[in-house]
Structures are given as C-alpha cells and as structure tokens.
Design a protein around this ligand. Structure first.
Ligand SMILES: [Cu+2]
Length: 452
C-alpha cells in the first residue's frame, strides 16, 4: 500500500506526489517504486503510524522520500535524473537531481534501522551517492573508484547498512562532483533518535544551502563557476518563493541547515537568540552550547540550532552575506553613488527613451523597479512585504510566529500586524537636537557622578 504519510503529506500541502502504482507487501517485493515529486511546494509528513515514533522534519519547498518495510529492512528508491526545478515563480532551471526535484528528497529513518536504498542512474554519466556524516561500512561510502565502481547510466546499485547514529546528515554524488553538485544533486538525511524523548522539538525545519550560476535568460547552470555564483538558494529555491517557517508561539523549534555550496554562509535570524544543538558530527552536549544570533555554516557541514518561539512577529532569517540575499545580478557594475547622471540621462534618452539611470542613490530602488528582463529571469530583489518592497532575494525567508497555529499547520498566516505602539513610525514634529562628530578620534564619555 502507499504509506499513509505519503498520501497525507502530498495532500496536506497541495503538492502532487506522482505515484503510478501502489506498493503491495505481497504482490511486489521487487524494486521499490520510485516516488516522484512534480512540485516545489513544502510537503508536510505526518508522524509515523507504525514503528518507532518521531517528529518528521519539514523540508522547506521539499519533501520526504517514501519508504516501505521489507522483512524488517526500511527500503527506499532514489533515482538520479535530469529535472526541471522551479527556482521561483517565473524561473525554471534545468538541473540534475533526484526523483523529479533538486534538491533531492529528504531521507528520514530512525536510529537502529537497517536500511537499504536502490539508486538508479538516469543521468548521461556515471554517478554514486556518498552518505555524508553517517557511520557506515567503507564499501558503502559512495566514493567512485574508492568505495565501489561508478553507477553507469541505466544501472541500479544498492546501498545497505545499519543506521547506528542519530543526527542530521547529507547525501550527494562523489562522482564528477564538480559537475553533479553544480547541477543540483544533493539532499539531506535525517536519522531520528530511537528514544523519542531525546532532544524533542515541536517543529523541525530543514534547509539545504545551495547555489547556481545561471545566466539571465538561460536554463542550465554554468558548471565551471568556482565562487561567483549568481543564484543563492535554499533547497534550490530563491526568495520571495522560499516558504516561511510557520511556528506556533511557545513551540520548541529546530532549524537544521546544511551547506553544499562553495562558500560559508552566516545564517542570521532576527528576534531571537539560539543555540547550536547538533552538527553533522552529532549532538552537542548542553554544557558545550552557547547563545548566538548568527551561525556560520561552513562548506560541507551542517549546523542545527534550537530556540523557544516566545516572540510573536515576522522575523527575517537570512544569510548575512549581503550578496547572497540577491537574485541574479552582475558583479561588474560600476558604482554610481554621488554621481549626477541627470545631463547624461537626457543625452542617452535621445537614443534610448526607456533608459533608466540606476545606482546614484544606492540600489534600493531596484526593489520596486519594473525593468524588462530576459525570459526565465526574475528581478534581483523582488520580495514585497506589508510595507513595501523588501529589497531582498536569494537566501532569505521569514519566521512567522503566531498564537494558535495548529501543530500540523504550516500554511502561511499572512503578515504580522504589529500591536499599537510596537512599530516604528514617521516623526513629523520638531526634530530634537542631535550630536555630530567629524573626528576619527576616540571620544571618551565622562563618567556620570550622581544618579539623576
Ligand atoms: Cu550566504
């Protein structure tokens, strides 16, 4: 039978899990069916109805790979193949991924499980899957030529071992890695603790940081790019089309962030401080945790952090590298701040009437500009909030903390309405005196001697 979580998961978020035939315990114990996903909507996986209990993760704009039980072994089927991924409304990328999407589906299992995964290669070149961070037999490690021969096009390999450690891991090819990862082949692997009372949370979000270099107007990433990527994505998705992290007030929340890009990403969340509780090496003991508001996610690493959602509101969560909260942009544009382009604009408009001068007062106006763009390209910062353009793109989303959100509800509650007295406002009265300083010297503030 199609497992219940698969059906519910597909229905709950309106995502379509394309499934051609039901799995039969008695009728078909051959190759497990390869589930396919044709949507970039967040699919919510309900708690398991059989086996050890755990709280499934929520992969933003992603889904969890269904499995079946076969004689006590948890079986999955991963298909490496060319996919079309909607990076945002109005932009499709032609990528390589797994089971219809990039990033690949999240794999979820439980500590102590024996698991088996069939990996079918529908790519034009050999591949493999490396299980990043898992403790496993050497021959199951997925390094082509070292662990096993490459999985040639059209072939299926099986990986099988015991999951002896809980935590957050990743998977990706270890075969022509530069190409295959630049094309979007990666996913996350969560092994839940056997003991459901160990480090429990109410909401458990999952983000894979990835990046592409896709020229405006084109569809296929440039695979030779080393650092100057132009699309910084979470689960192969860019803001404003990364789903919000919807949270009920008082929830204990975990956010697991993996990084398979070519650079580090300082992930910053507003409104809260939080503690790193897990890396891809394992759980962090409480005595070793300290508070942070930004955590750097190194290349090829995972950091999970936790907080209690006490503060209502809409809180930005983003990479703190400001170029990573932009969509496709050129990096060789000259700086025009302070330049008077007025006379020049008039001259250019004689030949090109639609010419728009940009950048003389900063680039913020780009957020509301409507320029003609090549096909299949979205503006570099086009998210809109309740008070105007957010002037953000790329690696950005919003943590939405509200009262009375149901435990299975991840639907967008809309924008937060700030209570009276809790929102910055324009001052139109007389301006108070303000201090100014034109010296680069350290100015000591005199100590106050008496309490006023
Ligand atoms: Cu970044």
């Amino acid at each position: 039978m199609i497992n219940r979580r698969q059906l519910l998961g597909a229905g709950a978020a309106g995502a379509a899990l394309v499934s051609s035939q039901a799995w039969g315990k008695t009728t078909n114990m051959g190759l497990p069916e390869a589930a396919q996903m044709d949507s970039a909507a967040t699919a919510i996986t309900p708690r398991p109805s059989a086996g050890p209990d755990y709280n499934p993760v929520v992969t933003l704009n992603g889904w969890t790979l269904p499995h079946r039980m076969n004689g006590g072994v948890k079986e999955f089927h991963l298909v490496a193949e060319p996919v079309e991924r909607e990076l945002a409304d109005g932009m499709i990328a032609h990528l390589w991924g797994y089971n219809g999407q990039s990033t690949g589906p999240t794999i979820e299992a439980v500590e102590g499980d024996r698991w088996r995964i069939y990996v079918t290669n529908k790519l034009p070149e050999a591949t493999s899957v490396h299980w990043h961070g898992l403790i496993l037999p050497s021959g199951m490690d997925g390094v082509v030529g070292l662990s096993h021969p490459g999985i040639k096009p059209g072939k299926t390999f099986v990986y099988e071992f015991d999951l002896i450690k809980s935590g957050t891991f990743m998977y990706h090819p270890h075969a022509d890695e530069m190409t295959q990862m630049a094309m979007g082949m990666m996913g996350m692997f969560v092994v839940h603790p056997k003991d459901p009372t160990f480090m429990p949370v109410d909401r458990d979000f999952l983000i894979m940081l990835n990046a592409f270099d896709i020229d405006p107007g084109t569809y296929v990433p440039r695979i030779m790019t080393m650092t100057d990527f132009n699309l910084w994505t979470w689960n192969s998705r860019i803001f404003p089309d990364i789903d919000p992290l919807v949270v009920n007030r008082g929830d204990k929340v975990r956010v697991r962030v993996g990084n398979l890009t070519m650079t580090n990403h300082p992930i910053h969340m507003h409104g809260y401080d939080f503690k790193v509780t897990c890396t891809d090496g394992g759980w962090v003991p409480e005595s070793a945790q300290w508070p942070e508001v930004s955590i750097d996610i190194p290349v090829g690493a995972m950091r999970a952090y936790e907080f209690v959602a006490d503060h209502l509101g809409d809180w930005a969560i983003h990479c703190h590298k400001s170029h990573h909260t932009m969509n496709a942009m050129g990096h060789d544009v000259p700086t025009f701040i302070g330049v008077n382009k007025g006379p020049l604009t008039q001259k250019i408009r004689q030949f090109q009437p639609e010419y728009m001068p940009m950048g003389t007062a900063g680039m913020g106006d780009m957020g509301k500009m409507t320029m003609e763009l090549p096909d299949n390209t979205i503006p570099m910062m086009n998210g809109w909030g309740p008070h105007g353009p957010l002037e953000m793109g790329g690696m950005f989303s919003v943590v939405k903390v509200r009262e009375g959100i149901g435990s299975d509800d991840y639907s967008d509650p809309g924008w937060y309405e700030n209570p009276p007295g809790e929102q910055a406002y324009e001052w139109t009265g007389e301006l108070p005196e303000f201090a100014t300083n034109n010296s680069p010297r350290t100015i000591l503030t005199p100590k106050t001697t008496s309490k006023g």
